[in-house]
Design a protein around this ligand. Sequence first.
Ligand code: SF4
Length: 344
Amino acid sequence: MDDFARRLLRWHARHGRHDLPWQHPPDPYRVWVSEIMLQQTRVATVIGYFERFVAALPTLPDLARADEDRVLALWAGLGYYSRARNLHRAAKICLERHGGELPAGFDDLVALPGIGRSTAGAILSLSRGQRHPILDGNAKRVLARFHALAGWPGKASVQRRLWELADTHTPEREVAAYTQAIMDLGATVCTPRAPACPDCPVGADCRGFQAGNPEAYPRRRPAPARPQRHAYLLVYRRAPDQLLLEKRPPAGIWGGLWSPPLAETEPVTAAPRGPQIRHGFTHFKLNLTPLLLPPPSSIMDATETRWCGPEQAAELGLPRPIQRFVEDYYAGNIQWQEPFTASS
Ligand code: SF4
């Protein structure tokens, strides 16, 4: 048994949860029902539902023979009803193929609907004392922090490493207590936010705690790459220091702020181009190509557009990247690429 397991067991003897209804007795059926209920729901909520459920359907054959409506009624309020339907289907399979018992072999158990590797490990260790690692949300958080494991657990390689670590720490003896201990530690000490590291039995060796940033683990899902959008910034100029600015419509990007007009398509093909302006919004990245243009033949809405020199522009609200561009423009710092040099 490694030091991690030893300390967890010692802690659990004093501080762990020993009075949960599925622990008395921890038979496979009761542990199974509790593990499925606990998949998306907190212990405090599950207790009442569990007690009602096993009072109404005390054995696996009772569940297998019950109407689906009755099972769902007992589940009502817990949510994620596919869990209840899978539980019911699995019970029927056990009645047909496994003599009305939950199978004692890992492979048979994990083949049942709604039972993944961690749930199968929890059922077999808690109810039969078989040595199997678990990796529920609590165990994952404890192990990722203890080892300061880099990478997002949704990634296959990180997941594999977590299973290896879970396996390494799982002891040969007292496996039921160890399984309960790592779940309890995650639920009560190594909580998602503000873990109580000074009270933690493994804090002295916890790399996340020792590095001062336990909450950085497990790593969050990386933000998906934002799509790129392209548009043109129409830099109409009337005199070297007179630019046309318009007030942006209230909805959409930079709503209500002032900017040279934007266009999704190029209005003319032979205009000089300025260097691209790149700006990141929450859901996309915008690449703007400035085009230098002569004054437009008509201005549609005189109240929402203005010819501005540097002083007037400074009084209007411009988005930061546009403000930087406009200041560079007035300062003569924009390098316009031919095809031709526009004249005012
Ligand atoms: Fe979790 Fe803190 Fe304990 Fe590390 S020391 S396992 S972060 S509670």
